[in-house]
Design a protein around this ligand. Structure first.
Ligand SMILES: Nc1ncnc2c1ncn2[C@@H]1O[C@H](COP(=O)(O)OP(=O)(O)OP(=O)(O)O)[C@@H](O)[C@H]1O
Ligand SMILES: [Mg+2]
Length: 235
């Protein structure tokens, strides 16, 4: 579904991603794990067209997208839940969800998709008419995920959905991510510092260090890999 071929991305003069190669197949949950500053968010921003690569190719369903602007990439079926959520605090929950569908014209389906999000996260139904800024951190994360789903993505990119949340809420959110994958058939690319959690729901994982992929394996293998346990799992 998505392939990165020798992607090099810079922030100004700083070379952040070095020759990044990775592959995500349809229906998979793939995780990219790595420490602070490894370049995880930059990888997602390259895929979304926010910080396009300076060289290399990004193929989505076989077509190069690395030259496309972000709105075109969303229209093709890739949406991102950004690090830090970036919901619109002054707008209501419902308005935030509607904004996620800004490229769509199918009003009836949009209403159905809002209901679907409210079924996934019932708290959003209760808070529908409240300003999103009044939601707790976990609820804002649920809203950010739902807003991304409102674009009907084939591939959902998640940037550290567990950040700053209590273990019980994280558990809840990860269960829904699994459900979005198994029930809706959405392919998931999950970026996480919480390697333990991410590897438990992923099919395969890539390990990013200083902008380079240093290891790639099926998730169960990474979980039992001693070097990974020591560096990322605190074992
Ligand atoms: N806008 C920017 N301008 C300059 N350098 C940047 C910018 N954004 C990120 N960087 C640098 O790029 C590198 C990778 O950052 P990135 O945010 O992609 O890492 P990350 O793995 O997502 O980290 P974290 O776990 O803290 O979210 C870091 O050295 C960071 O300082
Ligand atoms: Mg990041």
């Amino acid at each position: 579904m998505l392939e990165l071929r020798h992607v090099n991305t810079f922030h100004g003069s700083v070379h952040v991603l070095h020759d990044l190669c990775l592959r995500i197949d349809q229906g998979e949950i793939i995780t990219l794990i790595g420490a602070n500053g490894a370049g995880k968010s930059t990888a997602l921003m390259s895929i979304c067209g926010i910080v396009p690569p300076r060289s290399g190719q990004i193929l989505f369903q076989g077509e190069p997208i690395q030259h496309l602007p972000p709105n075109k990439i969303v229209a093709l079926g890739i949406s991102q839940v950004p690090e830090g959520r970036h919901i619109f605090p002054a707008l209501t929950v419902a308005e935030n969800l509607e904004l996620g569908a800004f490229l769509r014209r199918d009003k009836q389906q949009i209403r159905q998709d809002i209901e679907h999000c409210c079924n996934l996260f019932p708290i959003l139904a209760e808070r529908r008419q409240q300003p999103a800024g009044n939601l707790s951190g976990g609820e804002q994360q649920m809203l950010a995920i739902s807003r991304a789903l409102m674009a009907r993505p084939k591939l959902l990119l998640l940037d550290e959905p567990s950040m700053g949340l209590a273990p019980m809420i994280i558990q809840q959110i990860f269960e829904i991510i699994r459900k979005i994958n198994t029930e809706d058939g959405t392919t998931v690319f999950l970026v996480e510092q919480n390697a333990n959690l991410a590897l438990k729901i992923a099919d395969r994982g890539y390990v990013l260090e200083n902008g380079k992929i240093v290891l790639h394996d099926i998730a169960a293998q990474l979980l039992s890999n001693q070097a990974i346990q020591k560096a990322y799992l605190g074992i």
